[in-house]
Write a protein that binds this ligand. Structure first.
Ligand code: HEM
Length: 163
């Protein structure tokens, strides 16, 4: 199926990505994690998005699942973008941002939480294609702390999207 022409600014994301990164925050121990991200499409002007992560041990072997998130990346005119993400932790986020060549900067416009979700208030994400790899840095404001780094990772292309 042809990729919708409006998706051209973010078509570089399409496919399966695998890699590793680091998490940390003032409330927790830092750790290494593995990650798989899949960006897909169905011919309409949005990308489907799914991310899964695992805790890695010192040898780089998977220990147990960590976070997962799923959503839609909605391209808009003038290289603006809206991203809707849902988390199993009772958090839903709407990001807005801009695509500049192979760099995408996103800030939360709205965060909603279930009554039992943790005290998460805002997120900022910077994605970039660097030497063919997908790199990102994620900052969050949560648990009474101001916006600061929670995760960053570098992923290699591990397959094309085929549907
Ligand atoms: C690569 C992605 C991510 C990984 C691997 C990851 C992993 C972790 C881990 C291992 C913790 C330590 C405590 C726990 O297990 O609950 C944690 C804490 C936390 N994470 Fe993430 N996380 C990721 C992304 C996110 C995102 C996108 C959000 C918000 C939507 C988020 C919100 C939080 C919050 C609020 C805490 C603080 C918990 C506390 O201090 O009690 N995380 N994260």
């Amino acid at each position: 199926m042809d990729v919708h022409p409006d998706l051209e600014p973010i078509a570089f994301l399409l496919g399966r990505w695998e890699g590793a990164g680091v998490i940390g925050y003032p409330t927790m121990e830092s750790a290494n994690f593995g990650q798989e991200i899949v960006f897909g499409h169905n011919g309409k002007p949005f990308l489907t998005y799914q991310s899964r992560t695992w805790l890695l041990d010192a040898e780089g072997a998977k220990v147990r699942p960590l976070s997962t998130e799923t959503g839609f990346w909605r391209i808009q005119p003038e290289r603006q973008i809206e991203v809707c993400l849902a988390h199993p932790t009772g958090i839903v986020e709407i990001y807005v941002g801009e695509v500049v060549f192979h760099k995408i900067e996103l800030r939360t416009d709205v965060v909603a939480r279930t009554t039992t979700a943790k005290d998460y208030n805002a997120g900022h994400r910077l994605y970039g294609l660097v030497n063919g790899n997908l790199m990102y840095a994620y900052d969050m404001a949560a648990m009474g702390h101001p916006l600061q780094s929670h995760a960053s990772a570098e992923l290699k292309r591990a397959g094309d999207f085929d549907e």
